[in-house]
Design a protein around this ligand. Structure first.
Ligand code: HEM
Length: 503
């Protein structure tokens, strides 16, 4: 009887639960944010909950984010937390299947492929893919009738998932992947994706068909990328500006070039890292724009002002121009505040860690210890909607990021440190540090390296869609579905559209 046994005061409080092994899994799994806010009321910013036998210590707020994301990687390990989920999907010898210093070298190699020069080539490609999709996809049949009178409708997540994989493969993934998308690649991707779920995280080895399909798909996909590499090396195909080309030229510090299977597996990892995060963010953004026609109109007018020719036609954006569109930028930034795709960032504790008194039990000036073998969990999604930090925290209000006067007041209330110290998190330019309240891309050594690409991809997709159509939301705004790895909008997520201009 856990509530009778005396509690070791050096350990964080344990969230009350009835079922010993299952613990708080149902409450956490159904709505982690609700669960964390309720636990904060009862236990403070630091508490431990049981998740199918695992002990997970949650640290909330900007200081909690800092504790988990700024922690030393020797003590708090991402690879120990994630490898059983990611290695069967990405493959051997990359990301969390290697010691952290090797992965950090691999992240640097990827950064070479995410260059401004490459990005400049991508905007036009993405515009073209989106426009072609509107002209081709069955869910845009009303658009294809070339009438501005009639409204059609589409499932936003379905459309954005397709547009995201089309545009990522046209750009980063490379020509060969784009050409294979309509064929077997899409099926392989879908089987691989079926092995990247919370169930796979919780139970690494179940005798399920989806696990077998995942393994078969991984082997085939790895071979597929390696065949492309071989052909490229033999000089059989033209390529430029893509990630594979960048990785082929990289060498580890010891002088060894990347092996073919390492390049293949990094490519798979990038595909998985970018697909759901971007398609979910794009979907939430369009849902908000459909629910707020005045803001959608402001995004459209920004396009007209910079790129319109007055007759419903637009010229292409350059990458440098895309980066200077405040309305579009703030719409994406604000969407990521309310709907960060990744709600839980975990590390496994290799060496016991001390939680500083200011975070553990400030009133008693006492430190908790998190023992080896526990997990620690940061949830920036909580600090991103915390009413102690943000004014109108629940409201989707992109103008909070671009209000030139008194913007800090509108963006944040001053966060009141427990020492009475006022912290002004600034406006717009929120710190990317580990103690920021705004961290949709994480922070610290594991911070996302895809942020610029994601903004480029999403910005171009959203702008191109709004150039073509007006949007409206016929039903209520969808709730969050937390049962997938990435927080998605629940069904129904139908948006209605009407063509703006005839061709
Ligand atoms: C890491 C979010 C798009 C590649 C992360 C992390 C977050 C995140 C929260 C930190 C994970 C952790 O600390 O455990 C997002 C969001 C995206 C996005 C919100 C889009 C809206 C992308 C894209 C790519 C990418 C497009 C690739 C092109 C990575 C990589 C890491 C990462 C390589 C590093 C993982 C590590 O060091 O452990 N991302 N991501 N992400 N992301 Fe993204």
């Amino acid at each position: 009887w856990q509530w009778i046994a005396p509690r070791d005061p050096s350990l964080p409080p344990v969230v009350f639960h009835w079922l010993p092994f299952v613990g708080s899994a149902p409450s956490y799994g159904n709505d982690p944010l609700k669960f964390f806010f309720e636990c904060r009321e009862k236990y403070g910013d630091v508490f431990t909950f049981i998740l199918f036998g695992r002990k997970v210590t949650v640290a909330l707020g900007p200081k909690g984010n800092n504790f988990v994301l700024g922690g030393k990687s020797v003590a708090l390990s991402a690879e120990d937390a994630y490898t059983h989920l990611t290695t069967p999907v990405f493959g051997k010898d990359v990301v969390y299947d290697v010691p952290n210093d090797v992965f950090m070298e691999q992240k640097k190699f990827v950064k070479v492929g995410l260059s401004t020069e490459n990005f400049r080539a991508y905007v036009g490609m993405i515009e073209q893919e989106v426009s072609d999709f509107f002209r081709r996809d069955p869910s845009f049949q009303v658009f294809q009738k070339n009438t501005t009178e009639e409204w059609g409708s589409f499932d936003v997540l379905k459309a954005l998932s397709e547009i995201t994989i089309l545009t990522a493969s046209r750009t980063l993934q490379g020509k060969e992947i784009r050409q294979s998308l309509d064929k077997h690649f899409a099926d392989l991707y879908s089987d691989l994706d079926g092995g990247f779920t919370p169930i796979n995280f919780l139970f690494p080895n179940l005798p399920l068909e989806s696990y077998r399909k995942r393994d078969v798909a991984h082997a085939k996909m790895s071979q597929f990328y390696q065949d492309i590499l071989r052909k490229r090396k033999e000089g059989g195909s033209e390529y430029e500006h893509d990630m594979m080309a960048a990785l082929m030229n990289q060498k580890y510090r010891n002088g060894r070039p990347l092996a073919d299977h390492e390049i293949a597996h990094i490519m798979i990892a990038l595909l998985m890292a970018g697909q759901h995060t971007s398609s979910a963010t794009g979907s939430w953004t369009l849902l908000h724009l459909a629910a707020n026609p005045d803001i959608a109109e402001a995004v459209y007018q920004e396009q007209v002002e910079h790129f319109g020719s007055g007759d419903g036609h637009f010229r292409s954006m350059s990458y440098d121009e895309l980066k200077k569109l405040p309305v579009l930028d703030s719409v994406i930034r604000e969407t990521l505040r309310l709907h960060p795709p990744i709600h839980s960032i975990m590390r496994k504790v290799r060496d016991e860690v001390v939680v500083p008194p200011s975070l553990s039990a400030p009133a008693e000036d006492r430190s908790f210890v998190v023992p080896k073998g526990y997990y620690v969990l940061a949830c920036p999604a909580v600090s991103q909607v915390d009413p102690r930090i943000w004014k109108n925290a629940e409201e989707w209000d992109p103008t909070r990021w671009s209000d030139p006067e008194g913007a800090a007041a509108k963006a944040y209330t001053e966060y009141n440190d427990e020492n009475g110290e006022k912290i002004d998190y600034g406006f717009g330019l929120v710190s990317k540090g580990t103690e920021s309240p705004y961290q949709p891309f994480g922070a610290g050594r594991h911070r996302c390296i895809g942020e610029q690409f994601a903004y480029l991809q999403l910005g171009t997709i959203i702008a191109t869609i709004l150039r073509h159509v007006e949007l409206r939301l016929p039903g209520p705004f969808p709730a969050h579905n937390y049962h997938t790895m990435i927080t998605l909008p629940k069904e129904p997520r139908i948006i209605q559209y009407r063509r703006r201009h005839r061709e």
